[in-house]
Write a protein that binds this ligand. Structure first.
Ligand code: SAM
Length: 426
């Protein structure tokens, strides 16, 4: 008798749950339907044409809307998890209660609210600096907000130091080998700079550095760090960046762990700029007017200083996990070539995860990328060999690394990123 009651109660729940879910979906859909517009439809249909339009997927409006909506959308996700849990049978719910699963979902709600203080801070600053308000009618993009939040960890936390060391070191070693007295006269562009740590590190070496990024998901987050108003000091902020993905976690402590950032405080300076635009629209900087006046007695090499000031273009372009975001990698490499001065240097580190979601016009193998780069007019330092890393400073090599990895997770996604230094010869 008891069994049949339990069975019919569970059956009732099983019927009610889809109905409840249907009601939630219906409500959300109607709410979104009101917000649906031509801009949102275009967001959905096209990547390329929208990147640079007022309401594109990386636009100020979309990013602002997404940061503003983070709390609500993440809250809905928690509600969905709670509804899924409620749909369990009584025996399984008793077991779930025993191991504290409902409390874990409550903790997720609490942590989501804490993370929202960061996203609200980012949105607040963006509203102030760009005069934005919630008039954008397109859909918010929770995943891009989360990607940017994870970049706080990759770029600006002690937790991310290990990940950064592997990929920054070969690049910074090449740049650190240049005479410090020459560096201030050398211009470096870092396209696709994300949250800007590499570009900032390069500027700290004394180079005249421009970080370039077109996604306002990234730029708003970076501005949050650059502003003395929102980030006055080191490790000022706290995030629980891994909380929303329950997979591969050894414990809830690990899942909900807090990470403080930034481990260094970046500011824009005379030698550190941010160009918030599409890399493909950038022009080579004009020739420098000031000749190099550094004393000649310094021990570092002074190979080409002095004769480069009448040339327009960057001395270095540094691409980190950037090349494979290209819709047309030929166009990207040609533009790197155009922006460099003759004799200028392209430093690259990254995999070939073609990320334009089926929109890329080309998806090349590494061999093809190298061949095309040579055709365009690059000569690879220490040859274009097999990247075994035995060629010394700046030699092509393969670097095992991660991208916004979780150090404590039960899985690792390892890239075998390719590092090279190439010179513009023609
Ligand atoms: C995979 S992420 C890498 C970010 C950063 N370099 C790093 O390693 O953390 C690629 C970045 O390039 C940016 N990006 C892609 N195409 C771009 C373009 N044409 N102009 C400027 N930024 C671009 C994206 O918005 C994204 O932030």
């Amino acid at each position: 008798m008891v069994t049949s009651f339990t069975f019919s109660f569970d059956a009732l729940l099983a019927c009610l749950f889809p109905l409840a879910l249907f009601a939630v979906v219906l409500r959300t859909s109607f709410a979104n339907l009101r917000a649906w517009s031509w801009a949102a439809a275009r967001d959905f249909l096209s990547l390329r044409s929208l990147k640079f339009s007022a309401h594109g997927p990386f636009s100020q409006e979309k990013a602002y809307q997404s940061y503003t909506q983070y709390s609500r959308l993440a809250g809905l996700e928690v509600a969905t998890r709670q509804a899924m849990y409620s749909s369990l049978g009584r025996a399984h719910k008793r077991l779930g209660n025993k191991i504290g699963y409902p409390a874990k979902l409550e903790q997720l709600r609490y942590v989501t609210d804490i993370n929202a203080t960061i996203t609200e801070g980012i949105a607040g600053l963006a509203a102030k600096e760009f005069g934005l308000s919630e008039t954008y009618a397109g859909h918010a993009d929770l995943s891009r907000v989360r990607e940017s939040l994870k970049h706080f960890i990759r770029d600006w936390s002690e937790e991310g130091a290990q990940e950064r060391e592997k990929i920054f070191r070969p690049i910074l070693d090449v740049l650190a080998a240049v005479n410090p007295l020459e560096r201030k006269d050398k211009r470096i562009l870092v396209p696709g700079s994300g949250l800007g740590r590499l570009a900032w590190e390069i500027s700290q070496l004394g180079y005249d550095t421009t970080a370039n990024e077109y996604s306002f998901f990234m730029n708003f987050a970076f501005r949050f760090l650059l502003s003395a108003e929102t980030t006055p000091s080191i490790n000022e902020h706290t995030l629980r960046p891994y909380a929303h993905w329950f997979s591969h976690q050894r414990s809830n402590d690990s899942l909900f762990r807090a990470i403080h950032f930034p481990d260094a405080v970046p500011r824009l300076t005379l030698n550190f700029r941010l160009a918030e635009s599409d890399f493909l629209t950038l022009s080579p900087p004009p020739p420098r007017t000031q000749p190099d006046t550094s004393p000649p007695d310094f021990a570092w090499s002074k190979s080409d200083a002095g004769d480069v000031h009448d040339q327009k273009g960057y001395d270095y372009i540094v691409t980190l996990f950037f090349l494979d975001t290209s819709l047309n990698v030929f166009e990207t490499m040609e533009h790197i070539h155009t922006l460099l001065r003759p004799g200028g240097t392209w430093i690259n580190m990254g995999p070939l995860l073609w990320t334009s979601g089926g929109h890329a016009k080309l998806e090349l193998s590494l061999d093809e990328v190298i061949c095309a780069a040579e055709e365009i007019g690059f000569v690879f330092q220490n040859g274009s060999g097999d990247g075994d890393g035995k060629g010394g400073l700046g030699a092509r090599c393969t670097v095992e690394c991660e991208y916004t990895g979780d150090l404590k997770a039960m899985m690792r996604w390892i890239y075998k990123a390719e590092f090279w230094v190439a010179t513009k010869t023609k």
